[in-house]
Design a protein. Sequence first.
Lengths: 363, 755
Amino acid sequence: MSDERRQRPPAEALYAEELAALAEQDGDGARPEGWRLTPQSVMRFVIGDPKAGVQPKFVGTRAFVERCVVALATNRGLMLIGEPGTAKSYLSELLAAAISGDSTLTIQGSAATTDDAIKYSWNYALLLAEGPSARSLVPAPLHRGMTGGQIVRFEEITRCPIEVQDSLLSVLSDRVLIVPELEDDGRTVFARKGFNVIGTANLRDRGTNEMSAALKRRFNFETVMPIADVRDEMALVGRETDRLLADANVPLRLDEDLTEVLVTTFQELRSGQTAAGKAVEPLTTAMSTAEAVSVAFAAASQAHWFGSDAVNAEHVLQHVVGTASKGEPEDLKRLRHYLENATRGRRGSAWKDLHAAHRRLGD
Amino acid sequence: MAHGAERVQWFGVRHHSPAAARLVAALIADRRPDAVLIEGPYDFDDRLDELALDHVLPIAIYSSVVLPDGRRAAYHPFCVYSPEWQALVRGREVGARVRFIDLPWSAIAGEAESAHRYGDRELRGAPGLNALLERLGVDTFDDAWDRLVEVDPDLDLATYRARVEALGGELRPDDPELVSDEDHRREAFMAARVAETLREVDGEVVVVCGAFHTPALRALVEAGAPDVEAPVPRDGQTIALTPYDYASLDGLSGYDAGMPNPGFYDEVWRARAGVADGREGAPADRALGTVVADLRKAGVTISPADLIATRTTAGGLAALRGHAEVWRRDLVDGVTGALVKDEIALGVSHPVLDAVHRALRGSARGRLAEAAPRPPFVVDLNARLEAAGLLQEARPRTVDLPLREPDALERSRVLHAVRILDLPGYRRRDVHAAEASIVERWEVRREITFEGQAIEAAAYGTTLADAVSARLVERAAALEADAAAAAELLGAAVRAGVSEVAGTLAVRVHELVAADGDVGRAGEALGILLALYRYDRVLGAAGRADVGALLASAYDRTLWLLDPGGQATVEEDAGAAAVAAVLEAWERAPEAVGAGRERLEEVLGRLGDAEATPAGVRGAALGALWVLDAATGDELLAAMERTAGPAVLGDFLHGLFRLARDVVDRRPELLRALDRLVAGYADTAFLEAAPGLRRAFSVFTPREKDELARAILGRAEAAKPMALREVDVEAVERMMEIEAALAEAVERYGVRGAA
């Protein structure tokens, strides 16, 4: 199946040209063993370098991304923590794509995740026929990452039971995986240079408290912050929404004013403070950048498929309400109060439209 | 090119840059110029000798000036690695003429944005900064400067100059309109001083000034800078040396942006200037040692593995960023990555990061040389404190002052004066009456910031009394419609014994009392004035008629505001307090308040009857009338029954008992009526009324409450212990759970018990 037909190609496919160009520029430049790119190029790939034709991707301070890149070059893993929707997974995907050229060695953490899905399992037909052997072993992402010297991503690691999480301990400290069923050489899998783990954990659901101190010690922790600057977030929301809309063959776009209204609304409801410094009650649901993108995308899709020729404030508002209803029931009240009071009398037609749309929607 | 301009050695700096300090020292030693001109306040130019005394750095030049809208003060701080400081020291060593050439603070205070004169405000706020940061691949100006100048230990003068000139050229807007007026004026002044010096000396002239200004300054001098006269000193302009410290220097702790992490740069300076302090290793290693020691002392476990991870991460970051050695940002980031194991929230401090910033801040604290001249105020202050035996000593002590004794009164006045000026180290612990006198107990302890703050207070006057007067007048002028605060200032003046200013303050109190529309504050002012009036014999100063007149006007005003029908809204507690103040003034100082008893009774009567009066104020008004014998017990009873709602009963009683606590003794039927009333409440109504009732009875002492209980329950009943109610175990468990959750929430949000 070609890339064009995939719903969502991985970063290494989507940005294959950029990666190839960066690799070429790097030439024989010094880099940690097993890395496809130099750390400098990894930085450029993640943050973007418009002059060199590298798209901006992740928005955050440079020092933060530098810390992440360096953590992966040390003998500790990288643990990205933060509120939902702050692009933790996206950042881990970008890092894996840039460093290993493959972001698909991914373990999805959940209550049902078992050792099999992390390390390895067996092809039972072969196991019965031949006994345990390299042939009958089915490697899971960790095994593959270790043998291939690649970055392994462990998403939502804190959703796994703590015993399962701790199976990473020996892998991270000794960089070795024991396969007791196999004999001799096959017994121990030593990690090749280039192997490391990026974990992500969500602060909302279970937090990082449910992680053993022993495991914590083997990671460098980095908090991914929501984007602080409205301009940056607007640019990102605009870019991502446009990409999604183009992908879905929707010819509509959110105009800049409406994007600003959307992003400002999200920022204010996230931080509990208006741009003018007035306090508003923040929503408990995560008002993330990712959520803003999906609201914008949904609003434009709705406008297109249901016969409007432009996206208006009402479309946007309907989906903002949808976002708010994911949280506590109180969130809807808070949103109503915000629209009622905080957005009244703001300048610009987009704000007026939003306020009017809110009045029309009523309760 | 103007005559002599080629003799200038331009040296642009970022203030507090160790690299600039090292290179400017070398430049001066090498060129042995005839003159060294430094960006520093011109009005200190004739006192540069004071800087050469045996000070412990950091110190600062403190300038202050009084403008129409208030006082403005500014600092020029110097530490050992300030290029300005090194230029001063080396310039002297080679026998050059050393001068300060920047405008005095008094000439720019009106428009200046920053009171930290070496804060590099111009560079940090430059419009071109973002583009530069992006190109260099760094996040902040400090990182950019570090990368260009500080990190490389072997940076030579030519490279330094090339980079700093490029930086200044890039960050300075091409359009002169975008440069502030303040900067234009300063540059014209500095250029004129350079031109002047070039006319006076034949040899080379080194000019040390901010990198932002150098390009403009050079252009001005080369074009032949026109002369600019030194500005005329303003009234109330002062300038003096004062001790400084790294905590104030740190851009991360201060309100006014400056250089971050002074302690780190101090280490850099020591390490690179070869200061023998018995410490080894690169600056970052020394700093990390301090951080770890600090954290371990605070009980944070840091294993050798953690340390290795921190150093590896910091080293990796330095390599990625192209730093020749681990720098402060690498260290902070290394610790952030490797040691911080939980969420970092914007704007919230984290103990580990706090420790890092403390270590990088450094703890250096300056001290002025013994021989350094102090401002006249400081001399006077010290003389007064010494004469009163109140100088700060290493061991904290308490001082008891019976104010009836003239000697003790004088000492108390000095202490109150010091307190008005907010000087640290003196605290009044309590005041009590003893043996026909009032005794104040003070605590005196050594405070390290005392001298610096005393020097800064010197801007207010040349003697202690002058400074106190000026400070009080300044505070009084800043008050708006707050009669109580004005009365408090008058009280402070009387206690400090500065009688000259009392008249001015009295006028201000008078104005504010007349203008204040708030009953609570007017009542408060009345209370303060009454205390002044009554205790004048002890304090000596205020027994004059003017306090009596003020008291009368405050009394009138409060009564007027209490009278229903006016615009003022009477609030619950403040109103009751005002009623109490009025009554007390009438009882204790009848000769001063003068107004007739009828008027007081009328106002209180109307207040007690008016529908709009809050319950507590109504209770207070009735209580006052009772005290005045103008209300009968039956009237009180009737009023209580009118205010029998569970929401207001407690408030009413609180007001009543506050003014007339003896009423329960003298009219027991009131208590019995109350008992019947409360017994008649439904459960929900009782729950609603309970908190208010509890508060109302808190007016009484435990003994009085016991008496009340006996009166209600009968003596025999009250003697029995109260029977415990049957309580269901599960209910208790639930209650305990709720309490525990509450305590946890309180703890979590740091409302109480947070370390």
